[in-house]
Write a protein that binds this ligand. Structure first.
Ligand code: KDG
Length: 316
């Protein structure tokens, strides 16, 4: 396995007519940060495994066959007879105001615990990808994420962490403390600017970067939206420019697409710079399509997008 990831994926209902109070039609999709990332990587040709729990219900079955159909290993996905698959709703008021509503409390995935982890499975991966969503789901998920980190570290599996702070899911003080504690244990962190501000009260990428470096993270990559991404290590720092998108349709999932592109580059031995460029491109592509995963490209489409954008810049 190239990458193993752990987290909750939900059925996603998107309102077809703006405000949910008026909508009598919803499209049924799938969404979950870790599987958005996994689908992105799998579409680029990498092997990904997903650890999770689903309800023994129609939604769980739909989700499992979708994720499996994307070529992701689901051998570590368990079915819980006692709890439902989580659901979330998306209300696209406009591309700058997208609201999400969770119906996931007590879901099957929130009942995951450290006994659901198989050290042998994690130890065989090159990377473990985790987000700050999972520890927010429940105390047992919180404990499980720290156990997964310990397993990865014991087996020299590199850990990539996207803080993905979802304030609706937990108390802010607990979120800050937990995210900082996790960050201090990982190899690569992928925050956004607003997350840096939430964690450290800093808005500038270099100052946020410094705070993470002080925590001991070897590589910090900060997403800057259409401006690209800033990265720093102890030795170097740089901004890798992004891709302008004229018509953003739905920004949800862009960060996961970024992570997929970036990690695919690392797996293929590309430089940090090139890996981030891939991430920037996929982040941009995801925003052009309605849905968390629908805009994730295959390698050929990704390369075409990057070279067309490069041509646009020459012609401008
Ligand atoms: O990054 C996009 C995710 O936020 C979305 O797919 C749903 O996982 C999700 C969550 O917990 O919000």
């Amino acid at each position: 396995m190239d990458v193993v990831t752990i987290g909750e994926t939900m059925i996603l209902f998107t309102s077809e007519q703006g405000l949910m109070r008026y909508s009598n039609q919803y499209s049924r999709k799938f969404g979950g940060s870790e599987t958005n990332f996994a689908v992105g990587l799998s579409r680029l040709g990498h092997n990904v495994g997903w650890i999770s729990k689903l309800g023994n219900d129609e939604f769980g079955k739909a989700l499992l066959s979708f994720v499996r159909g994307e070529g992701i290993d689901t051998s570590q996905v368990k079915i819980d007879d006692e709890a439902p698959t989580g659901i979330y709703f998306k209300e696209l008021r406009n591309p700058n105001d997208v609201r999400v509503y969770y119906y996931r409390k007590g879901s099957a995935a929130s009942r995951m615990s450290k006994s659901d982890l198989d050290e042998g499975y994690i130890s065989n991966a090159k990377f473990l990808f985790i987000t700050g969503i999972t520890p927010a789901l429940s105390d047992s998920c919180h404990e499980m994420i720290f156990e997964a980190i310990d397993m990865a570290k014991r087996n020299n599996v590199k850990i990539i962490f996207d803080p993905n702070i979802r304030k609706k899911l937990w108390d802010e003080e607990k979120a800050r403390k937990t995210i900082i504690e996790i960050a201090s244990k990982v190899d690569i962190v992928l925050p956004g600017i607003s997350e840096g501000e939430f964690l450290f009260g800093e808005k500038k990428p270099n100052l946020i970067g410094e705070k993470f470096l002080e925590l001991g993270v070897p590589l910090v990559v900060i997403k800057l939206g259409d401006k690209g991404a800033y990265y720093c290590t102890k030795e170097e720092e740089k901004i890798v420019s992004g891709f302008f998108v004229e018509n953003v349709v739905d920004p949800v999932g862009a960060g996961d697409g970024f992570a997929a592109g970036f990690v695919s580059g690392l797996l293929e031995g590309l430089s940090i710079n090139h890996s981030i460029r891939r991430g920037n491109a996929i982040g941009a592509m995801v925003t052009m399509v309605n849905g968390d995963i629908e805009g994730l490209p295959e390698l050929e489409d990704l390369e075409r997008f990057i070279s067309n954008k490069a041509l646009d810049n020459v012609n401008r």
